[in-house]
Design a protein around this ligand. Structure first.
Ligand SMILES: Nc1ncnc2c1ncn2[C@@H]1O[C@H](COP(=O)(O)OP(=O)(O)OP(=O)(O)O)[C@@H](O)[C@H]1O
Length: 235
């Protein structure tokens, strides 16, 4: 299968700290690739590095067969990568509608269709269309953040810990929504909630101290008690 995104031996710095030491993974088109690892392992840094927010000192990152190292974040986003950051990145002082409008790269028919689709998936966003982003619940903010990335015609979505801080019922809702989205787009998902990751993911990579140390099919990891304990602290 064709790889949409490929990282090879990536080393990267956050300010002057060397955080990523050897990150390599492949993201096949049409799949959900999950990045797992303990707190502070380097998962968020990996997504931010793909988006051009950290300096790459070694290795390569290619998207649709072209290197994206050294490009601006604006350029990388425009080449077809949507990013749902861990802090959700929504504007607290803008309404739900305004948040979506400013996120839209185009206002064409396809974008309108995608907006309608996502509003059906997240009816709360329609219901609270005029409510300010800052007044939404945690789950609603997460939905808005995902919708802001989804509304554009991206080839790839990077989603950072969508379950973080959500009540179990909201985690189920977000899981269900990503399951529906994966029918339409390729996804890289960072997730600490193993149940959620295992329901959605196709393949996994484990990051430990800035290094990709293990990978395989998500279904196999569930049975691999030794790796779960060693790398994720799950027994
Ligand atoms: N701005 C920064 N300055 C210094 N160190 C940083 C900065 N941002 C991240 N780090 C360090 O980089 C390492 C990787 O952090 P990162 O956020 O990528 O981990 P993570 O795997 O996403 O964990 P979490 O699930 O806790 O977000 C951590 O040791 C963290 O302390």
């Amino acid at each position: 299968m064709e790889n949409l995104l490929e990282l090879k031996k990536v080393e990267a710095f956050v300010q002057h700290y060397h955080i990523l030491h050897d990150i390599s993974f492949e993201v096949p088109k049409g799949e959900v690739t999950v990045l797992l690892g303990r707190n502070g392992a380097g998962k968020t840094t990996t997504l931010r590095t793909i988006m051009g927010l950290n300096r790459v000192s070694e290795g390569s990152i290619s998207f649709k067969g072209e290197s994206i190292v050294g490009r601006t974040t604006f350029d990388i986003a425009n080449s077809g990568i949507g990013y749902v950051p861990e802090d959700q990145g929504i504007f607290g002082g803008l309404t739900v509608g305004e948040n979506l409008r400013v996120a839209m790269k185009k206002e064409d028919e396809k974008t309108t269709e995608r907006l309608e689709w996502i509003l059906e998936l997240f009816p709360d966003l329609k219901k609270f269309w005029k409510k300010e982003g800052g007044q939404l619940s945690g789950g609603q903010k997460q939905m808005l953040s995902i919708a802001r990335a989804y509304v554009n015609e991206n080839d790839l979505l990077l989603i950072d810990e969508p379950s973080k801080g959500l009540a179990p019922i909201m985690v189920d809702k977000v899981t269900e929504s990503i399951q529906q989205m994966k029918e339409q787009t390729t996804i890289v998902l960072v997730e600490q909630n193993f149940m959620m990751a295992s329901q959605i993911g196709t393949r996994f990579y484990i990051i430990d101290d800035g290094v990709t140390v293990h990978s395989g099919a998500m279904d196999e990891l569930k049975e691999d008690k030794q790796s779960m304990k060693k790398y994720l602290g799950i027994s």
